[in-house]
Design a binder for this molecule. Sequence first.
Ligand code: BTN
Length: 247
Amino acid sequence: MPSEVIRYAEVTSTNDLARDHARRGAAEGTVVVARYQTSGRGRLGRDWYAPYGKSLLMSLILRPPAALAHSAWLTLIGGIAAAEAIKAGADLDVRLKWPNDVRHAGRKLAGVLTETQRQDEGTVAVVGIGINVDWSADDLPEELAETATSLRLLTQRDWSLDELLAEVRRQYLVHYRTLLSGEIAALRRHWSTLDETLGKPVLVDAPDGTWRGKAVNLDEHGALWVEDVAGGQRRVVVGDVSISFEE
Ligand code: BTN
């Protein structure tokens, strides 16, 4: 087993364990993976549900330069990496909904939660990625029945969690190097090949309220620009968008 992967059966959240390992000196690129989380977290204070042993639950430890520590791209490239790892295993039309949803036909397959901290040796970012892999229809709780799916449900076959982990990590580190070298235009182009948000009418749920508009651009900082109904362009940095189908 490569030394850069630290495995657990059960944890509170792989992001917690990754933060602890980082504090104890784990190198950049180390991944913590678990079969089950008792307190899995999503963005915006939500819970992240995953039945035992049926999801990829991983957290990647990064030590970005201070200027990059709060970059939204750390999350966006998590989505790109997860989407690409999935597409490497199956010919699925997987799409990215800003900022962190990996979806198929509007149903969520994976999500990304980045948590950044100052530690003694500098800034640590933990990029947590969860992918719904081996769920059967019975594993979908009622509240996710209409909005989530899994690789098993989409492809009717087994997937190796280890292979998926290795591919997500590999892809992430490729895009992370691009980020470190400042090639944001390349990352924006890459995002746009997988994006399903831009050009769509959206319902924005942001700290300034809930409002409708049309997603028009992803800027170099990873923020989403949305044209509101009055024709003004508003920059969304924190929040969520739902893609709505009525104009
Ligand atoms: C989201 O879509 O809101 C983000 C979901 C992130 C889930 C992953 S699973 C591994 C890591 N540990 C956590 O507690 N959360 C992330």
